[in-house]
Design a protein around this ligand. Structure first.
Ligand code: NAD
Length: 479
């Protein structure tokens, strides 16, 4: 199978005729070839987007919405097929793809299709002397670059608002998980999206992504990925004065107070630690527990973790599938060894899981729990992005806050307490863009989504995304 670019409404081979191997993480087998695009393909996509912009930006939001809603409907109608594709490409359990990734991709289109019709702008009346109003116009051509962990989910989270706002898009999915983006190309053709409005160019970061980022006609970049790549993108776009939205890494704390609803907390903390093999930017990887329940928590958390089945993503009941790539597998194993060198005690896991049969060459890791490490060690400071969590006790609210905020990252946090005052007080002081109290990953697509510190710049979601993908223009009328 060849994973082709989608440029000017057509599926196209890369101009340079270069290809990369695409692996199935659960089996270790190469099962498709990905277009390894470069500047020539990006130029073609930009030319197509330029041609399409005049028409797409001028049709009524309702007309754009009709097409985006058709895309959402087709995604829904292909739920099983797309879930299988996502699971095969990423290694995640097929069940997870079918209840999270693919439904969320269609709701991204549905949400922003209708959001564009309800989006309004400000008017400022200057007492008896003037009226100012703001026009929000599409920016033009925008770039959307996404990672491998929630492939179609995060790809569409950017593309849908960009298109709804009237922009034309050059999008690049991760070269590690390109399959569902390729399927999306075919869905866009089926839905009648005009040629050139969305162009999907496949390739790696330095050869293809970087060309999108630095192209002078691409006026804004919405990027989700590592803090490392985010820094590179920021340094290229800043002198070009491009608008950027950067959604980057995390090292999220879960703050657990003794007065929490213990059962609810345990159940959710298992999910927030190990869902998608811990490969969700919002997973809590530093679990901070009030000392009076530390031992109780530890015993129960280890017990529940030991029940999680690691295995073939196609198998029913499997909670952790394969690690997405060999490089990432090695990174996680490196960090587990580093944690041991730093004096960490492995309470559970820490080893590769070897499977038989179809998955004998796949890369699987046990869910891993580590204790005994200080906050300032590398294990507690660096993002691992795998099924690995550390436990640390705390004595006071102040100490919990100090541990939480002693990080270069600031993406998400969970707080577990039944004390309403404390919940609000701690939420206000934790340095994270997203706080969940007594829950995790409970999403409302209207809320601002993103991080502070090294976790990024800007916010996605709802009106934040519609504002990002439009250029405000103030018009002043003197009375
Ligand atoms: P990555 O930065 O390696 O790659 C992300 C995307 O950027 C890929 O499409 C890649 O090809 C492209 N890319 C890489 N270098 C580039 C460059 N110089 N210019 C342009 N494009 C470039 O990240 P990854 O390994 O795919 O994803 C994992 C990371 O993403 C983790 O750090 C995770 O925390 C983060 N993430 C963040 C969020 C969030 O919302 N904050 C969500 C998901 C993942």
């Amino acid at each position: 199978m060849k994973i082709l670019n989608y440029i000017n409404g057509e599926l196209k081979e890369p101009i340079g005729n270069l290809w990369m191997d695409n692996y199935e993480p659960a089996t270790g087998e190469i099962y498709s070839q990905i277009a390894d695009s470069d500047l020539c393909d990006v130029e073609l996509a930009v030319a197509a987007a330029e041609n399409a912009f005049e028409n797409w930006s001028n049709i009524a939001a309702e007309e754009r919405a009709k097409i985006l809603l058709r895309i959402a409907d087709i995604i829904d109608s292909k739920l099983d097929f797309l879930s299988e594709a996502e699971s095969r490409d990423n290694g995640k359990p097929i069940k997870l793809a079918s209840v999270v990734d693919i439904p969320r991709a269609s709701s991204n289109f549905r949400f922003f299709a209708t959001a564009a019709m309800q989006f309004s702008s400000d008017a400022h009346i200057t007492e008896n002397t003037a009226v100012n109003y703001t026009i929000r116009q599409p920016i033009g051509i925008v770039g959307c670059i996404s990672p491998w962990n929630l492939p179609l989910y995060l790809f569409t989270w950017k593309i849908a608002p960009a298109l709804a706002a009237g922009n034309c898009v050059i999008a690049k999915p991760s070269e590690i998980t390109p399959l569902t983006a390729f399927e999306l190309s075919k869905i866009c053709i089926e839905a009648g999206l005009p040629a050139g409005v969305l162009n999907i160019v496949h390739g790696n970061g330095p050869r293809c992504g970087a060309e999108i980022v630095k192209h002078p006609k691409v006026k804004a970049i919405s990027f989700t990925g590592s803090t490392r790549a985010g820094k590179e993108i920021a340094s290229v776009t800043a002198p070009m004065f491009k608008k950027v939205s950067l959604e980057l890494g995390g090292k999220n704390p879960n703050i657990i107070f003794a007065d929490c609803d213990f059962e609810k907390m345990i159940h959710t903390t298992i999910n927030s630690s190990f869902s998608n093999q811990g490969e969700i930017c919002l997973c809590g990887s530093r679990i901070l527990i009030e000392r009076s329940i530390y031992e109780k928590f530890k015993t129960r958390f280890v017990e529940e973790t030991s029940k999680l089945k690691v295995g073939d993503p196609n198998e029913k009941g499997v909670r952790l599938g394969a690690i997405v790539s060999k490089v990432h597998f090695e990174k996680i194993m490196y960090h587990i060894n580093l944690a041991k060198e730093e004096g960490g005690k492995i309470l559970f896991g820490g080893e590769q899981v070897k499977l038989e049969g179809r998955c004998k060459n796949g890369l699987f890791i046990q869910p891993t729990i580590i204790e005994g490490l200080k906050q300032n060690c590398r294990t507690n400071q660096e993002e691992i992005f795998g099924p690995v969590v550390t436990l640390q006790p705390f004595d006071t609210e102040e100490e919990a806050l100090q541990l939480s905020n002693n990080s270069d990252y600031g993406l998400a946090a969970t707080i577990w307490t039944e004390n309403l005052n404390r919940a609000h007080r701690v939420a206000a002081k934790v340095q994270s863009g997203i706080i969940w109290i007594n829950c995790w990953l409970f999403r409302d697509l209207r809320t601002p989504f993103g991080g502070m510190k090294n976790s990024g710049v800007g916010r996605e979601g709802g009106n934040e995304a519609m504002r990002f993908f439009t250029e405000p223009k103030n018009v002043c009328i003197k009375l």
